[in-house]
Design a protein around this ligand. Structure first.
Ligand code: BT5
Length: 266
């Protein structure tokens, strides 16, 4: 059996979950799995619905940026959550999903995975994946959270010249291909365990903070309001970055892009 051949049937066969991925919508090609799942969420799709594609023609990052992925090489998926949380707690879903991906990659490949605030998956200093979390709210109530994940699995980074210096993939780091199916199963099982724990009231933010490669460092954060420099002191339970500025202020930053300043630990 080709373990990397994705289909609803092949995914279902080896998936040991009760909720996450129990409803599967598979596309060989689609615009954006997040867009599809947001539509399905509004139509009442069940919690745990997985939308997964082999290729996206309009894959998105944050702020209208593009997510690039040639066919057959990546995990491109979105998951639907309907948690009993406040809208400003939605980032906790990003945390549990990125922690589960990191665990799954490490468990299957032995590679060491870091997370970069707020939504990147990093291996040996390069971006191997990203997460796009989008929420639906009405009147201060969180109706749904769609967590979209893109991971470069068997991607030859040379096929995406614009990303050559920034991106990596599991196969690039290992020198061999990795089964997308096995990685998907492990990731979804890890997400389910972490989601159950979140719903029992446990906060994932300390474990997430411990994996963030940009904490305890001098950083520049680019936000919608402009660039800020300072010391990345920590994160709070809702995922905001706590930045200590040179004049001693402590700022709480909800969204932005972080660039490291100064020398990086290996
Ligand atoms: C992200 O945005 O990193 C979130 C990416 C989420 C993608 C998934 S795929 C399934 C689901 N459906 C979607 O439509 N999206 C989600 P951001 O932090 O804004 O980073 C975007 C930037 O990452 C781009 O501007 C590029 O610089 C870089 N990039 C694009 N494709 C990449 C790739 N394959 N590997 C590494 N970096 C990439």
């Amino acid at each position: 059996m080709d373990l990397s051949k994705l289909s609803a049937e092949s995914i279902k066969k080896g998936l040991k979950t009760d909720l996450i991925g129990q409803s599967i919508v598979y596309y060989s090609s689609v615009g954006s799995t997040n867009e599809v799942l947001k539509e399905l969420a509004v139509q009442g799709a069940p919690e745990g619905t997985l939308v997964i594609a082999d290729q996206q023609t309009a894959g998105r990052g944050r702020l209208g940026r593009k997510w690039l992925a040639p066919p057959g090489a990546s995990l491109l998926l979105s998951l639907l959550f309907c948690p009993d949380l406040a809208p400003d707690q939605a980032q906790r879903l990003t945390m549990i999903c990125s922690l589960a991906i990191a665990d799954a990659i490490e468990g299957l490949t032995g590679l060491s995975v870091g997370l970069k605030w707020p939504n990147d998956i990093f291996i040996r200093g390069k971006k191997a994946g990203g997460i796009l979390t989008e929420s639906g709210t009405t009147g201060g109530h969180l109706n749904y959270v769609v967590v979209g994940m893109g991971l470069n699995v068997n991607l030859a980074v040379s096929t995406l010249p614009e990303l050559r210096d920034l991106a990596t993939s599991l196969s690039q780091e290992l020198g061999r291909e990795v089964s997308r199916l096995e990685l998907l199963w492990k990731t979804l099982e890890g997400i389910e365990a972490r989601y159950n724990s979140l719903m029992r009231g446990d906060s994932p933010h300390e474990e997430w903070a411990a994996r963030l490669i940009n904490l305890g460092r001098q950083v520049q954060v680019t936000t919608a309001q402009g660039a800020l420099v300072g010391w990345a002191e920590g994160v709070d339970a809702n995922g905001a970055l706590i930045l200590r500025t040179p004049d001693g202020q402590r700022l709480r930053i909800l969204a932005g892009d972080v660039t490291l300043r100064g020398s990086a630990p290996s």
